[in-house]
Design a binder for this molecule. Structure first.
Ligand code: DX5
Ligand code: ZN
Length: 217
């Protein structure tokens, strides 16, 4: 593995009436990343957080790495607001119609790490043209939109393929997996090459078991 293992709990699975308390649990667990799921009601059938949420949480947790996952039809319109809000990494999806490469470049120029994501039914080939531009590839293991869904094993093959491509192309992007991760399946993701693990429901219900399963994998 080229990258250190990071677990990025998703605050979508936390208490929305007390988000700072949910983020505090992440820091107390000794983790460094927080995953923020941003939804627009168009690309996915749900709404969640805007840049104001990142802007109010980041100063309270300046040492945490804010991993912002944009599930938006028009992500290119929201790079500046999320960058200015204090995001450390901004991930956009490959599926919507917008200038993908220019948007990745905009994230980079804003001084942020750059991520690209693909849905369970999107082939890895769709993101290959962008691999040299990114710091992270986010493999969705559920159809995005909601926490608490079951892991789709199609992600395992994609993680493995991305891990091979990373080696062939001599790149070092992180491979992040998101959706339905539990203490029981996290090792399967890590053994295929995932180094960054998103977990919403499982972190807030069963965090200690998840963390130890990931560290032992
Ligand atoms: C789904 C989100 C995920 C989700 C993960 O649209 O991208 O980050 O919150 O939640 P769990 O771990 O509950 O599947
Ligand atoms: Zn996510």
């Amino acid at each position: 593995m080229v990258n250190s293992l990071e677990i990025a709990p998703s605050i979508l699975g936390g208490d929305h009436s007390a988000l700072a308390d949910s983020v505090a649990k992440i820091a107390e667990a000794g983790l460094s990343w927080v995953h923020v799921d941003v939804m627009d009601g168009h690309f996915v059938p749900n709404l969640s957080f805007g840049p104001g949420v990142v802007k109010s949480l980041k100063p309270k947790f300046p040492k945490l790495f804010f991993d912002v996952h944009l599930m938006l039809d028009n992500p290119h319109l929201y790079i500046k607001p999320f960058a200015d809000a204090g995001s450390d990494l901004i991930t956009v999806h490959v599926e919507p119609q917008y200038p993908v490469s220019a948007t990745l470049q905009e994230i980079h120029i804003a001084g942020k790490e750059v991520g690209i994501s693909l849905n369970p039914n999107t082939p890895v080939g769709e993101i290959v043209p962008f691999l040299a531009q990114v710091d992270l590839v986010l493999v969705m293991s559920v159809q995005p939109g909601f926490g608490g869904q079951s892991f789709n094993p199609v992600a395992l093959e994609k993680i493995k393929r991305l891990s091979e491509l990373r080696e062939e192309l001599k790149l070092s992007f992180r491979i992040e997996v998101d959706g339905g991760i539990t203490a029981a399946n996290v090792a399967n993701c890590i053994s295929r090459g995932a180094d960054t693990i998103v977990a919403g429901t499982e972190f807030f219900k069963n965090g200690a078991a998840l963390i130890s399963a990931a560290k032992e994998a």
